[in-house]
Structures are given as structure tokens and as C-alpha cells.
Design a protein around this ligand. Sequence first.
Ligand SMILES: [Zn+2]
Length: 331
Amino acid sequence: MIVNIDQPQPSSLTLERLAIAKVSSPFLRNRTEALFCPDEHFFPNVPSSKLLVLSIRAIGPNAKDTSNSDEALLSALEHINIEPELIQSINEADWPNHWLVHIPMDRHGFLPKYKGDSQGIFWNPKGNLKLFIWCVTPTSDDEFKEIYTSCEVLLEVKIPARGPMTQHLTKKVMEYQLAFETKGESYPMKVTKAILSGNRIGGRPLKNGAVVAFVEHLPKVEYVRKFLQTKSWKNANGSIESTLVSIKLANCCPVCGAESHEQSCPYENRVNDLLANMSSIRKAGPSRVENTSLLILDKGPDKRPSTSRTKPLDKPAKKQKPNKKKKPNKK
Ligand SMILES: [Zn+2]
């Protein structure tokens, strides 16, 4: 982190949060996370020394299957010794298994690290298998910039093709203001990159009069939130200067839900490995972490007896005590 000496120094809590964020999923955020750019006026949006707010999403082939997905998430968190305090669905239409989750700050060391054995992926030990990844939600603009090194959302902007669709047009999309339009109000976005889009028609690639615009954040307004949360709503109204355009979300990564990757999805191989070995991993019993945040995949079944984890739903969850509890390493 670059610290300007004229600026107030980040608090130890901020540094701790950034250290936690650094071991989480480093990849392009899901589009709804673009809505989490900090809002100074949002009252609970302050960092807490007791509570950590995470964004967690399912990834892999079952990522969009919503049957018992809340239960799978809770079970997956408990499996790594974390009792969440709150689970709230984000209700995104395109990537429904995506939540805001509150966990006690002192449990963050049990979250699997991206650079660890499981590449930051955790899962439920029983039932319909789901894989999850996590990251920290930022609470200030400075944190946002540190945590979300890239938070672009890809929008397919359909422009009436009444003139030539050339590279010149992509420059215009960047120069002029692209905005969502509703009820006479426009909500502008910053476009960082634009490329011409096309379709294959009968196998032949053709321009389709659309430009894929990479935008920084999304306007935090009801219209945009509804657009993300309404499955049947594919096209939103927009404008570039006085030209009306139609705005659609570009397809996100089918494996992890990220907006885009420079190359192939960095999770794809690990997800396939995990799925291929999952029955033996699950049979080996809970891969509870003892004192690190790594999940050990190649543990023999004799090393840890499997424990049954049933508890009545109407009673408050008991805190899971790991066998050994050490403070997670601070950076
Ligand atoms: Zn991906």
C-alpha cells in the first residue's frame, strides 16, 4: 500500500482488513460487487474490529443451482470452523448463489487462502456439493481501491447502426458519457475500455452494432439494482450524449461468475481437480483446519475421525472449537 505522509496513516484495523483481503480471491469481482463501492452515508458501513463482512459466491458446475444453497453455504462455513452471524442473499438474477456474510473477526484465519492448497475454495461436507469462494467487502474508497484492483463490469451497449461502426465509435463511447437512463434522469459511468462486438450468423462473424464497454463500478441507484436482480429484464435503457442506446450485461465467466478473465478462468483446473477427487476428500472426513487457513486435501482417512454434526435448528449454534486455536498470522 502506498502511504502518502500528508494523509492520515491507515489504522491497524484497516491494515488487518487489507491483509485479510490480500489472501482472498484476487480475481475480477462479480458484477453485483461493483455495487459495493463504499457509500459514506450508509450507516452500518464502518469497519468493525469484531465483525468481518464477506462476499461469498458459489463457483463451478453447481454454482447456479439454488436448491438448499443457503444450507450448503452454512455447512461449508461450519466445516471450516466458522459460525456466521448473518447470511444475506444478494439476489442477483444471473448469479443467484451470492451472499453477504458476517463472520466474527477472530475466525478469519480459518478462511482458505487463494494461495493455499484449495485455492481459496471451500465446500459443504455432505449433500449436494457446492464450492465457494470469498472476498472482503470494502468499507472506504481507499479500501475499495486496494481490495478490488479491478472492478469493471462489461456492458454490451447496442447503438442504432445508422452510421459506420468503426474503431472510431469505440473512442466515442469512451469520450462521451455512457449512462443508464430512467424517468428523465441519467446515471453516468466511467468507461475504461470499449471494443466492437459481433455475432456469428450461419457461422460467419458479423458486427452487430454493439460495443462492449468496460465500466468502472455501476451507479448505485434503484434502477440498476433492479436491473441486476430481475431475471426477465435483459435490456436497460441508456444513452451516449443524446443518442438512446440499449444496455445489456455481457456474459460473465461460467465457472466463477467473474466479469471477465484475460485468459482462461483461473479456477477452472482447481474446480475440476476438486470435483474429480471430492468423493475421497469427503470420505476422508472433515478437513478441519487446525491452526492455519489451509484446507489439506491429501489427508488420509486415519488421521482425523469424521464427526457427525447435527444440531437442532431452533437452538443457537454453539461455537466450534478447533483442536488447536492459534492466532492467524498477521501480515
Ligand atoms: Zn472465472
